[in-house]
Ligand binder design. Structure first.
Ligand code: URA
Length: 429
């Protein structure tokens, strides 16, 4: 075994590490200070494709893996987003896919910083259990067709450790480390086909399409190496997705989308993601037929029925009246006539965090009722005095503070801006 300082020094000086050497760093009991130094060396020097494969593989082998395909005897699909503001797509994609007869099994995370997490949104539903045993998870995917749970403690424990260190050593935003982190969890949790929603914009990790393309190619090749089909959708995160930002508000918007009453951008993204998942499933349909079936499941009520079955199966109450509501609602008004030129996702996400909808540190509690509803989005015409947004708050003082931040985030101009589609590019289809 090579001494750990020699491995760190080789990476620091731009050299390559073998798969055995990466195993030694990830699977042996290396102290935090050495792993942190290794991460900083990777941050500056990067990892080759071969090293990224080896890192991902070692991370997968650090804990248990689930073979959903073997347990169900058929192809299982999953979707994952790299994280954004107002991103409740999973809550609608899962039930639509399940309603189309394709098993959907997903392990999700919590929100951190200005990006929300699917588990927090689900926990705004009274009674909903995000912690299932591996056996319960597998049985529910088989019997109900859909399960979304928190990552079990023993699934890729190396990622929990590495991510914790990256978070406090300024080494999160490195393409190889992000790709290995996301794909190790997707590979270990067992789906055959994965649609990755790679967010691009001010509210996302990837600020440019070029960076998102590099990350997507890395994740597709990691998936291929592990025998998984991966499609990456690069999607717009220069404004929040849909209108609602905040946990219970987002659940309501996802349910509205399942009934065909959702905002256009969210519905378009849900249909497109479902079409890719159906194409990658064992149904044997092409993308156009996938889109048709996804729209039909929304139109005929089977998608919302699948949602209700799923929420009941995990102990929750799917009724709208069961969701918490914030006691204060304050409106934000337009100061002039014109068009919304920009509604950047980052300040809206941060305003929601200040209201209590998200966490500043990972142990903060979340207030499920609060958040922001953006009544006007980029491209919408507005008149002076018209409502731009609603603030749903716990108390008046936080409502006033958020209203100022949201008002300042809206950029109004004279002419309609150029329209930007929600899906900017698809890679790996
Ligand atoms: N999401 C993850 O799971 N890991 C990262 O490194 C970044 C986003």
């Amino acid at each position: 075994m090579t001494p750990i300082p020699e491995l760190i020094a080789r990476k620091r000086d731009g050299g390559d590490l073998s798969a055995e050497e990466i195993d030694e760093l990830i699977l042996a009991d290396v102290p935090d200070y050495q792993l942190a130094a290794f991460l900083m060396a990777v941050y500056f020097r990067g990892l080759s494709t071969r090293e990224t494969f080896a890192l991902t593989d070692a991370m997968v082998r650090s804990g248990e893996t689930i073979d959903l395909h073997a347990a169900l005897g058929r192809r299982v699909v999953d979707k994952h987003s790299t994280g954004g503001v107002g991103d409740k797509a999973t809550l609608a994609v899962g039930p639509v896919v399940a309603a189309c007869g394709v098993p959907f099994g997903k392990m999700s995370g919590r929100g951190l910083g200005h990006t929300g997490g699917t588990l927090d949104k689900l926990e705004s539903i009274p009674g909903f259990r995000v912690e299932l045993t591996t056996d319960e998870f597998v049985s529910q995917v088989r019997d109900i067709g859909i399960a979304v749970v928190g990552q079990t403690a023993n699934l890729v424990p190396a990622d929990k450790r590495l991510y914790g260190l990256r978070d406090v050593t300024a080494t999160v935003d490195n393409v190889s480390l992000i790709a290995a982190s996301i794909m190790s969890k997707k590979i270990a949790s067992g789906a055959d086909a994965i649609v990755l929603d790679v967010k691009v914009g001010d509210g996302a990790f990837m600020k440019s399409v070029a960076d998102a393309e590099v990350l997507s190619e890395a994740m597709i090749s990691l998936g291929r190496h592990a025998g998984r089909d991966v499609v990456c959708e690069l999607t717009d995160m220069d404004q929040p997705l849909g209108r609602a930002v905040g946990n219970a508000l987002e659940v309501r918007e996802a349910v509205a989308t399942l009934k065909g009453e959702g905002p256009d951008d969210l519905e378009a993204l849900v249909v497109e993601s479902c079409a890719h998942l159906l194409e990658l499933s064992d149904l044997g349909v092409d993308l156009e037929e996938g889109r048709r079936r996804a729209r039909a499941a929304i139109a005929d009520g089977s998608a919302v029925e699948a949602y209700e079955r799923w929420i009941h199966a995990q102990g929750g109450d799917p009724a709208d009246g069961a969701l918490p509501r914030a006691p204060f609602i304050r409106e934000v008004f337009a100061g002039r006539d014109g068009f919304v030129h920009a509604l950047p996702a980052l300040p809206i996400g941060l305003a929601a965090v200040h209201l209590g909808a998200g966490r500043r540190t990972k142990d903060d509690p979340v207030d499920h009722a609060v958040g922001i509803v953006c009544r006007k989005k980029r491209g919408d015409a507005v008149e002076e005095g018209e409502v731009l947004a609603e603030i749903h708050a716990r108390d008046e003082a936080s409502a006033v503070e958020a209203a100022t931040a949201v008002h300042d985030a809206y950029e109004l101009g004279d002419d309609a801006p150029r329209a930007v589609p929600i899906v900017l590019e698809t890679i790996g289809a």
